[in-house]
Design a protein around this ligand. Structure first.
Ligand SMILES: [Mn+2]
Length: 245
């Protein structure tokens, strides 16, 4: 069976190497997880004008982790702890989501990627979760450390997939984020929360629960796969959805 092409977004590193030349790169774990789930990973450079063509040629898209989104995208001024932003990457990824939505291509968002999806659908992010919760979401323990549990409430369209991976109501996940959707009520109407941390922070959501076209997780499943292959489930969702896109 032909592997679906999964476009993977990358970091735009402005100054790297001894000569300070810009580079495009992502963490290998994302690419390996896509491959392991049956997809053909393809790295997409941050070229905003190319976004519609990438969306058309790819069968599915993976929005990866990275820097904070420019809060101007959701009408807020920057919090003192909001990190450096990357306007080029923002421009590319928001254009990519718009094109993928228009073309019905499935999207998986991880960490920053889940925040890009949330903001694209109208969410206002909490810019610094330590201001509002005692729970540690930005844990610098290396993989495979888990940081907190999430309680899953999957829509019917995801239940068979989760059951096939042996995942029940509670999943222990890692957590390397300081921003996010503070609570269910902050989720835009088009998005359905499907997982919450014990403090109510939204840890996963879907767009269109009947025929899911976007899945977002705030944790990093790609860093847990080696320790526990059940965490491949979001990648399996993406590859299967890409086969029928
Ligand atoms: Mn978390």
């Amino acid at each position: 069976m032909r592997r679906p092409w999964i476009g993977v977004t990358v970091k735009h590193i402005r100054e790297s190497g001894s000569l300070g030349r810009a580079q495009s790169a992502t963490e290998t774990a994302y690419l390996q997880a896509v491959w392991q789930a049956g997809g053909l990973p393809v790295m997409l450079p941050n070229l905003p004008e190319a976004a519609p063509e990438f969306a058309e040629r790819m069968d599915g898209l993976l929005l990866t982790g990275g820097c904070d989104i420019d809060p101007a995208r959701y009408g807020a001024s920057p919090h003192p702890r909001t990190g450096p932003v990357d306007p080029l990457r923002d421009a590319f990824e928001f254009a990519l989501v718009e094109a993928a939505r228009a073309q019905g291509k499935p999207i998986l968002g991880i960490c920053r990627g889940s925040q890009v999806l949330a903001v694209a659908f109208g969410a206002v992010l909490c810019q610094h979760l330590p201001d509002v919760t005692e729970l540690t979401h930005d844990r610098d323990a290396p993989p495979p450390a888990r940081a907190h549990p999430v309680r899953l409430e999957p829509p019917p369209a995801l239940r068979d997939l989760l059951r096939a991976h042996g995942i029940g109501e509670v999943l222990e996940v890692n957590s390397y984020h300081h921003q996010g959707i503070r609570r269910r009520a902050d989720c835009p109407p088009a998005l359905q929360p499907i997982a919450e941390a014990p403090d109510g922070v939204v840890e996963a959501f879907v767009w269109a629960p009947d025929v899911i076209r976007a899945l977002a997780v705030q944790w990093h499943p790609e860093l847990l796969v080696e320790d526990d292959p059940r965490h491949l489930w979001p990648f399996h969702w993406l590859v299967e959805a890409a086969r029928s896109s």
